[in-house]
Design a binder for this molecule. Structure first.
Ligand code: DC
Length: 222
């Protein structure tokens, strides 16, 4: 029987790094669902699909899939590995917009559920515990203050040499994205009633990982 861990929370809370580490420790597959929305966003930018109608109209021509190469998740759009192209600020903003469209969410729903049915997964996103995997064995809501999240994202961008945005601009983006993700009508970002709240504002990566691993192990054994 596959085991499922759902991790939701706002951008920059450390979800992807922590979920990846957790999956490695538990021998589960890590599924970064944000990458799926980002792959759709990139494809829509390339097609100049601006309006909701244009985006929905382009969906049938899109084939988004995940593959695991050396244990790492790669996302493919119509056969092209776009994993390295989906982390720009432009794709980030577009992903937030496309993810608010019900048809886009529907398009990705089965893909996510099938992965979790066939594999033990740590799946991160915004609506995993509430919508995609409501019966997950463990649900975590991972968060941190907007300032801490913006600072982490900005440092990560410096490391990856993604230049062009100041810390203040990154913070403004974080706040705008929170607003979009939490206030959209469909599958808004919110803590599931049975999710465990983990706030990493005052924890470093190692401390967060330790806490998360403890919480998951305790709840997987229940
Ligand atoms: O986690 P991320 O920053 O890569 O996500 C990109 C966008 O996709 C973000 O604005 C929220 C959206 N998203 C979503 O709506 N549902 C998910 N399960 C994952 C991401």
């Amino acid at each position: 029987m596959s085991k499922n861990i759902a991790i939701d929370g706002p951008s920059g809370a450390g979800k992807s790094t922590l979920a990846r580490r957790l999956a490695a420790k538990l021998g589960f597959i890590y599924v970064d669902t944000g990458a799926l929305y980002r792959a759709i966003a990139l494809s829509m930018l390339r097609r100049n699909a601006e309006t909701e109608e244009q985006i929905i109209g382009s969906l049938p021509e899109l084939d988004v899939t995940l593959q695991y190469i050396d244990g790492e998740q790669h996302v493919f759009a119509n056969g092209e590995d776009v994993s390295g192209l989906i982390r720009t600020p432009e794709v980030t903003m577009k992903a937030s917009r496309v993810s608010a469209i019900p048809e886009v969410r529907k398009y990705l729903f089965d893909l996510q559920q099938n992965l979790a049915r066939e594999n033990s997964v740590v799946m991160d996103g915004r609506d995993i515990g509430t919508v995609v995997l409501p019966n997950a064995d463990v649900k975590i809501f991972l968060t941190a203050s907007p300032e801490k999240r913006a600072m982490r994202r900005w440092l990560e961008m410096q490391e990856k040499n993604i230049v062009g945005q100041t810390y203040e601009e990154v913070l403004a983006d974080v706040i705008r994205r929170d607003e979009q993700d939490m206030n959209r009508e469909i599958a808004p970002l919110k803590q599931a009633d049975d999710a465990i709240l983990v706030d990493t504002s005052d924890l470093n990566l190692e401390e967060s990982e330790k806490l998360l691993l403890k919480v998951c192990k305790e709840n997987l054994e229940k």
